[in-house]
Structures are given as C-alpha cells and as structure tokens.
Design a protein around this ligand. Structure first.
Ligand SMILES: NC(=O)c1ccc[n+]([C@@H]2O[C@H](COP(=O)([O-])OP(=O)(O)OC[C@H]3O[C@@H](n4cnc5c(N)ncnc54)[C@H](O)[C@@H]3O)[C@@H](O)[C@H]2O)c1
Length: 262
C-alpha cells in the first residue's frame, strides 16, 4: 500500500488502534491529521513524528460534542486542502449491566461511540469530496454482531449502530464516490482493554481465540488501511471482522471443542 500524497484523518489517534493506524499510514507516506481529546498524548505524538520527519497535524477534539467536532473540522480545513481517508477510531468502554445502566451512562456511550462517528463523517464530507482517496472506515467491534465481552449494553448497542451508520452513509455517499466501511475487531490489547481486563484474565481471552492470541493494534490498522486504499475501490457499506476466528465459535472455547473430538 502507498499513501504518499494522501491525507489521513484519524479520531482517537493518540492511543491504541488509532495510534497504530496513524503510525502505519505515516510510514506509508501519508500526512496524518490526529484528532483526540488527550492533549498530553497528542503532544507525545507530535514529538515522535518530528523525530521521524513525518508530517502531522494535531487537533484536540471531544467527539462527544458536535460543536467541538465542527470546530475541529474547521481547524483541519485551515491546514489541509482535503482529506483522503477518515478513520473513526475514538471510543470508550462502559461496564454497566443491563438492569443498572443509567440514562447518563447510556447517553455518554452512545454520544461518543455512535453519534461521534456520525458527526465526524458528516462534517468531514466536504473535505473528503475535495480529496482523491474518498474513503472512511468506522471502527466498530465484534460486539456490533455479538455481545461485548468488556463493555456493557450501551457499548454493544452503539457498535451495532455503527454498522447501520456505515451502510446508510455508504449508500448516500456513493454518488460522490466516497466509500464507507467498518472493521469489527475482536480483543485487541490496548489501553482500553488493559484497563478493563486484569492481567490474570488476559490469557483466558487469548485462549478463546481460535488463532490463539490477542490482536495487536497494528493487525487492525492494516485492515483499516486496506479498506481505505484503492485496493478496496469497489468495497463499500460492508464490515470486515478481524478477530482471529473468534466469531466462528459457537460458545465453546477451541480447547473444549478439541476435547469433544478426542
Ligand atoms: N481494544 C479492543 O479490544 C477493541 C475491540 C473492538 C473495538 N474496539 C474499538 O476500537 C476503538 C479504539 O479503541 P482502543 O482499544 O484503541 O482504545 P484506546 O483507549 O487505546 O484509544 C481510544 C482513544 O480515543 C480517545 N477518545 C476517547 N473518547 C474521546 C472523545 N470523546 N473525543 C476524542 N477522543 C476520544 C482516547 O483519548 C484514546 O486516545 C474504539 O472505538 C473501540 O471501541 C476496541
């Protein structure tokens, strides 16, 4: 893949999957626009990129607020002429159980994980139209099609919503040749999962995955960049599972499946 001359805007770029996508895109020649609410982590990124001589624009944003997104997109428009690929990776996890999830928690997760992706894409359309790449990739989750392991009901509902958003946006924006796709990662070892899953539980998670391991953020980044590249020219409105085969199992771990055959 070659992203020379392309501008890639990434939300949640300061950590995890977003950070890995930013790094992979930059190493393939892209100018990266990093959006995040974590100012300190954006500063660290700025230093790293300067050290590598990679072009970088950083924009602080809270994607839980449409006004903040509007300001961020305006700031991006003042520093780049177009965006070729938007990656919506920013997200949070919540652990509330179904019966105890409060209205506040429900709204917070929906507003960041679902509405945030909607407004980022909606406000970014003019910059995407001005580019030649014309692609967006939303980071959903295996939870969009199953049930979240780390998150609560609001997380599962928001991620399922991302797939609807992806299909609908893909359909409407096809007339502008803007492609919109989603990725559905299984368990990825990032700050989000390190916070939610204690060290002693992590081996059990790896054991549930048929390919026997956690995903790395770069495993997801490579799939995102594929969907955002000309190699995926005729792919739109779909989702790609990146889960080491986790969605293939039917409740039993691979170990117990093997045991049942001995
Ligand atoms: N880690 C996993 O196992 C996993 C699996 C499936 C899907 N995902 C999804 O991948 C995406 C990235 O997750 P990650 O694991 O890299 O998490 P992470 O916590 O490492 O990174 C998330 C980034 O989003 C930023 N962010 C959070 N809320 C924000 C807001 N309101 N405005 C702007 N920035 C905000 C954070 O500052 C952080 O830099 C999320 O959408 C998550 O739901 C993660």
């Amino acid at each position: 893949m070659d992203f020379s001359g392309k501008t890639v805007a990434i939300t949640g770029a300061a950590s995890g999957i977003g950070l890995a996508t930013a790094q992979a895109a930059a190493s393939l020649g892209a100018q990266v626009v990093a959006l995040d609410r974590d100012r300190g982590a954006l500063e660290t990124m700025r230093e790293d990129y300067a050290g590598n001589d990679w072009p970088l624009t950083v924009v602080e944003v809270d994607i839980g607020s449409e006004a903040s997104i509007r300001d961020a997109v305006e700031a991006i428009g003042a520093s780049v002429a177009s965006v070729d690929l938007l990656v919506n990776s920013a997200g949070i996890v919540s652990r509330g159980m179904f019966e105890t999830t409060t209205a506040e928690e429900w709204q917070r997760v929906l507003s960041i994980n679902l509405s945030g992706s909607f407004f980022c894409l909606q406000h970014m359309v003019p910059l995407l139209r001005a580019g030649t790449g014309r692609a967006a990739v939303n980071v959903a989750s295996l939870a969009a099609k199953r049930v979240s392991y780390t998150g609560g009901v609001s997380y599962t509902a928001a991620k399922a919503g991302i797939l609807g958003l992806t299909r609908h946006a893909a359909f409407e924006l096809a007339s502008d040749k803007i492609r919109v796709n989603a990725v559905c990662p299984g368990p990825v070892l990032t700050a989000m999962t390190q916070r939610a899953i204690p060290q002693e539980e992590r081996q059990k998670v790896a054991a549930m995955v048929p390919l026997g391991d956690w995903l790395s953020p770069d495993d997801v980044a490579q799939a995102i960049l594929f969907l955002g590249s000309p190699a995926a020219r005729m792919i739109t409105g779909t989702s790609l599972d990146i889960d080491g085969g986790l969605s293939l199992i039917t409740g039993a771990s691979f170990e117990s499946y093997q045991r049942a055959r001995q």
